[in-house]
Design a protein. Structure first.
Length: 441
C-alpha cells in the first residue's frame, strides 16, 4: 500500500483529502494527514479506513522525518516559511513532493539536487499559482502553434463571495489562509504595460481604481501580483508588450483595504501592547496629533473620505470605531487585524464562495489582431467544500494520482507550465466540472 503524507489540514485541504480518500481503495493508498490541530484533521479525514489523522508540532524533527521516510509522496499545505524543511526531508529520504506554494529562490537552489536524485518536486500546483499557469500555457501554446504572435497577456484570479452570500460592506469573506489575505501585496508589484515596466509599492497597490468586466458579475477591481516579469520568460512571452498577473476583488474591498494600509493596520513588523487597548485607539495610531482621535470625523478627515461614507461603514463593521478592548498581549498590527477578520469576515456554514479566473490574450495572426478571453467561474457548496478548496485541492490531488500510478514521466523541480503536466491535469479537471469558457472580442 502506497503512503501519502499531507502536511496541513486548513481551509484548502478539504477537497484534496476527499479526492485522495475516494481514490484510495482502488489504488491501494493510505493517507496520513498532519496538523497542529487534531480535531481539525479528524473533521477532514472522518472515519475512513484509508486515512490516519495526526497532530504534532512540525518543528519536531524526529517525528516529522520518520513520517517522511515512511511515505511515497508528500504534499505540503503548510505556510511558505516551512516548505524548505519539508523539501529538505524529501531530498534526504528520496520522496516526491507537491505543494501549491511559490517556488522561491531557496527551493530553486535545490533544483540540481532534486533532478540528480531522480525525484519530482512540483510547486505552484494549486489555484493561483497553479490552475492559472496550466490554463494560460494551454492557450499560449495553442496560439503559437497556429502562428499567432502574442502582443498582450493579462491574467486575473480571485477568491470572492457569490452574490447570494455577499452580505457585508466589504463584499468579502475569508475562504483561504487568513494570514495570506492580510499580507497580500506586501512586496509591491512589477509588471509590463504597453512596453513600459511599471513598479508599484505596497501603498499604491489598492489605490489604482483598475477594473475589468467579468461576464455575469460586472465590474471587478484588481491589484497586480508580486513580480509578473518573472513569468514572462517562463511563459515564453518576452516579446509581449503587456504582461500582467493580478488578483480580483469587488471594488469596495480594494477601497476599504487601501484605507487599512494607509492607517498602518496591515503592518507586520513592530509589536504593540494590546492589553486594555481599545480598538478605536489602535486603529487611530497614525492620526497622531494632526487629527483628534476622538470621533469618526477624524478618520474621515485623515482618509479624505468626506464625500464617501462607505469606508467609515467598513471600519465600523470591523469594530474599529468603538471602545472594545483588544487584550491580546503583544501583537503586530497585522496579527490584530487578522484576528478581527477571522471573526468579522468568516464564512457562515451555508455561505457560497466564488472563484473567478480570466485570461485576456491579444494576439496577431495573418495581420489580424484578435483578443481571446478565457473565463472560469466556480461556486462553492458551503463553508467547508468551497470553490477555493476545490480549485486548490483538485490540481494537487490529480497530480498525486498521476505520480503514484506511474503516469508522470518528469523528474526535477517544476511548476505546471509544461504539457506533460497541464494536459492530463486540465483534462481531468474538466471531468470534475472545472472548465473554461472562451470567446473572441
Amino acid at each position: 500500500m502506497k503512503q501519502i503524507l499531507i502536511f496541513g489540514a486548513g481551509k484548502s485541504a478539504t477537497v484534496l483529502i476527499e479526492f485522495l480518500i475516494a481514490h484510495a481503495p482502488k489504488n491501494k493508498w493510505h493517507l496520513t494527514v498532519v496538523d497542529s490541530n487534531l480535531s481539525l484533521v479528524q473533521s477532514k479525514t472522518g472515519k475512513s479506513y484509508f486515512a490516519t489523522p495526526l497532530a504534532f508540532d512540525i518543528q519536531q524533527e524526529i517525528t516529522r522525518r520518520k513520517l517522511v521516510e515512511n511515505s511515497d509522496l508528500v504534499i505540503s499545505l503548510l505556510p511558505p516559511s516551512l516548505h524548505l524543511l519539508i523539501a529538505q526531508d524529501c531530498l534526504l529520504y528520496q520522496k516526491h513532493l507537491l505543494t501549491a506554494s511559490y517556488a522561491d529562490q531557496k527551493i530553486q537552489k535545490l533544483g540540481p539536487e532534486i533532478r540528480k536524485a531522480g525525484l519530482l518536486f512540483v510547486y505552484e500546483m494549486g489555484l493561483d499559482p497553479g490552475l492559472d499557469h496550466m490554463s494560460a500555457m494551454n492557450l499560449i501554446h495553442s496560439i503559437k502553434r497556429k502562428g499567432g504572435l502574442i502582443r498582450s497577456f493579462r491574467s486575473f484570479c480571485g477568491g470572492l463571495m457569490d452574490p447570494s452570500s455577499n452580505d457585508n460592506p466589504w463584499s468579502y469573506k475569508i475562504s483561504w489562509n487568513p494570514a495570506n489575505v492580510v499580507l497580500a501585496g506586501k512586496s509591491g508589484a512589477t509588471f509590463k504595460d504597453k512596453g513600459k515596466i511599471v513598479e508599484l509599492c505596497y501603498e499604491e497597490l489598492f489605490d489604482q481604481g483598475k477594473t475589468i468586466q467579468v461576464s455575469g458579475l460586472g465590474k471587478l477591481a484588481y491589484y497586480p501580483n508580486r513580480d509578473s516579469l518573472n513569468y514572462m520568460k517562463l511563459y515564453q512571452l518576452e516579446e509581449s508588450e503587456t504582461f500582467l498577473r493580478a488578483t480580483l476583488r469587488f471594488p469596495e474591498f480594494c477601497e476599504g483595504w487601501n484605507a487599512l494600509v494607509r492607517l498602518g493596520l496591515t503592518d507586520d513588523k513592530a509589536k504593540v501592547n494590546t492589553d486594555e487597548l481599545p480598538y478605536f485607539k489602535w486603529a487611530s495610531q497614525k492620526l497622531k496629533n494632526k487629527f483628534p482621535a476622538s470621533s469618526e470625523e477624524s478618520f474621515t478627515e485623515f482618509l479624505g473620505t468626506k464625500d464617501n461614507s462607505r469606508v467609515i461603514t467598513q471600519l465600523k463593521f470591523l469594530g474599529f470605531l468603538n471602545g472594545g478592548l483588544i487584550n491580546q498581549g503583544e501583537r503586530t498590527n497585522a496579527e490584530i487585524l487578522q484576528s478581527v477578520l477571522e471573526n468579522k469576515l468568516k464564512m457562515l456554514p451555508d455561505d457560497h464562495d466564488l472563484v473567478v479566473m480570466q485570461h485576456e490574450i491579444r494576439f496577431e495572426r495573418c495581420r489580424i489582431e484578435t483578443c481571446l478571453v478565457s473565463s472560469l467561474m466556480i461556486t462553492g457548496e458551503n463553508s467547508l467544500n468551497t470553490a477555493m478548496a476545490k480549485t486548490v485541492g483538485l490540481p494537487l490531488g490529480i497530480m498525486a494520482k498521476l505520480i503514484l500510478t506511474g503516469k508522470m514521466p518528469l523528474i526535477g523541480l517544476h511548476i505546471p507550465i509544461v504539457p506533460e503536466i497541464y494536459q492530463p491535469v486540465l483534462k481531468e479537471l474538466e471531468e470534475q466540472g472545472i472548465r473554461f469558457e472562451e470567446r473572441f472580442e
